[in-house]
Design a protein around this ligand. Structure first.
Ligand SMILES: [Fe+2]
Ligand SMILES: [Fe+2]
Length: 437
């Protein structure tokens, strides 16, 4: 609805309407609680369950994770070699400049070590966010050869163990994830202060986590007699990065909430497969990585909600709109439990659920909630504090009382998805039975 029209209508309205306008947002949120199939921005925000570990993951008191080597009993501390970190002239002076330098660094282990160095500098408070120019593509080593996804050879064709093939694929994903996180920092550093500094802190943190994951994978590949670069790979992940360069909501939707979320789906299956192969050490590494990926999905969801709040749009609708406009396929099977824990609602990404919701008859409780909520909307838009629906019961909502009957024509009308468009002409609403208004 046009905002100006809405304001004018409210200003000229019945006193009840002015009264109700004051309480509108609060009432709306209360009424919409638990009502599926209809959402408002504020309602969706209120319903969202943030990942329980997000606060501690973000805590400035938590030092950068130094457990970058995989020991006999799992991750262990190791002094990170800094390569040529101190030899840049001039040295990067901000987080964004460090990000740009890392994106321009081709050697994967150097990328990983520099990432950790930059993140530690940021955590120590030695760096401002700054501004830097983003690149079209990050620097990469000569190997692995990048091929079409369908031309990535299988382990059997290459004559290597399935473990090496799987860990190599994962190492490639982790290296891409380092670049993707830094690209988000660098590209949106020019947002003119519109994004909170915590946004940049979060994605630098993601880059640091991914660099640690890459180190574990590379170490494991070495122990299995291979190294990163030995298996041809594809460049799909970076292509998703390129097509989301223009807007931060597209970036958040596609990278953390689709790409990273796919890691939550695939992780347990990969762990199981490695265990079946008898490679428990690789399985343990993948399991640890998979658990840590949850934070990356969670920060993506958190910032996506923040951006939607600022844009005053419904996050679920915006997410679906972006998937369509960017031609991103949402493929299952989904790990609903992990996705839910990361704060990603199933109704956003599971297109099968839309069909189920459309087909499934509504329970009496849901129908009752919908009727109460939408009847309230009708009261608001028609300026009435009473609304008659051919009666089979009385519902009281604040100052409204609503008679309803499940199959009445009017109820069918209010059950349509958009309350504003479906509001009938005031003259067509029958008078209230109790007060004749
Ligand atoms: Fe990772
Ligand atoms: Fe990740």
């Amino acid at each position: 609805m046009d905002k100006k029209m809405e304001d004018d209508d409210v200003a000229n309205a019945h006193p009840f309407l002015r009264y109700i306008e004051k309480q509108w947002h609060e009432s709306w949120e209360i009424l919409m609680r638990g009502f599926k199939g209809f959402s408002s921005c504020s309602w969706a925000m209120q319903q969202h369950q943030e990942w329980a570990g997000l606060r501690s993951w973000r805590s400035p008191a938590a030092p950068p994770n130094e457990r970058r080597r995989w020991g006999d009993a799992g991750p262990e501390m190791v002094a990170t070699p800094l390569d040529h970190a101190g030899s840049f002239s001039p040295p990067p002076r901000s987080l964004a400049e460090w990000g740009a330098l890392i994106l321009a660094t081709p050697r994967p282990l150097s990328k990983a070590h520099l990432t950790h160095h930059a993140y530690k500098l940021w955590c120590s408070g030695a760096l401002p966010i700054g501004v830097a120019a983003a690149m079209d593509s990050p620097a990469r080593p000569e190997k692995p050869q990048l091929v079409h996804p369908r031309r990535v050879p299988t382990a059997k064709v290459l004559g290597i163990s399935p473990s090496v093939h799987m860990i190599h694929n994962l190492a490639h994903i982790e290296l891409n994830a380092v670049d993707l996180a830094w690209d988000t920092v660098v590209r949106f550093s020019a947002s003119g202060g519109e994004l909170d500094s915590q946004f940049f802190a979060d994605f630098a943190h993601v880059a640091d986590d991914e660099s640690r994951h890459f180190c574990w994978c590379e170490q494991q590949l070495n122990e299995l007699g291979s190294s990163y670069g030995d298996v041809p790979a594809h460049n799909l992940l970076w292509k998703d990065c390129q097509k989301t360069s223009a807007s931060v909501d597209a970036r958040l939707a596609v990278i953390p909430m689709v790409q990273e979320a796919r890691g939550l789906d695939a992780g347990p299956r990969l762990v199981e497969r490695l265990k079946q192969l008898g490679d428990d050490r690789s399985a343990n590494i993948v399991e640890q990585i998979s658990q840590e990926e949850l934070a990356h999905v969670a920060v993506g969801v958190s910032w996506f909600l923040d951006v939607c709040r600022r844009l005053e749009c419904d996050p679920a609708a915006r997410f679906k709109e972006l998937m369509t406009s960017l031609n991103v396929e949402l493929r299952g099977p989904f790990n609903h439990k992990a996705r839910e824990a990361a704060g990603l609602p199933q109704s956003w990404y599971d297109t099968a659920m839309d069909t189920k919701l459309e087909q499934k008859p509504l329970s009496p409780q849901v129908r009752s909630r919908q009727t109460r909520s939408k009847s309230f909307v009708l009261c608001f838009y028609t300026g009435r504090d009473h609304l008659f629906l051919p009666s089979r019961g009385l519902l009281e909502i604040g100052n409204c009382c609503v008679f309803r009957e499940r199959q009445s024509p009017l109820e069918k009308l209010v059950l349509r998805s958009d309350p504003i468009q479906s509001s009938p002409e005031p003259s067509k609403i029958p008078r209230c039975r109790c007060c004749r208004r």
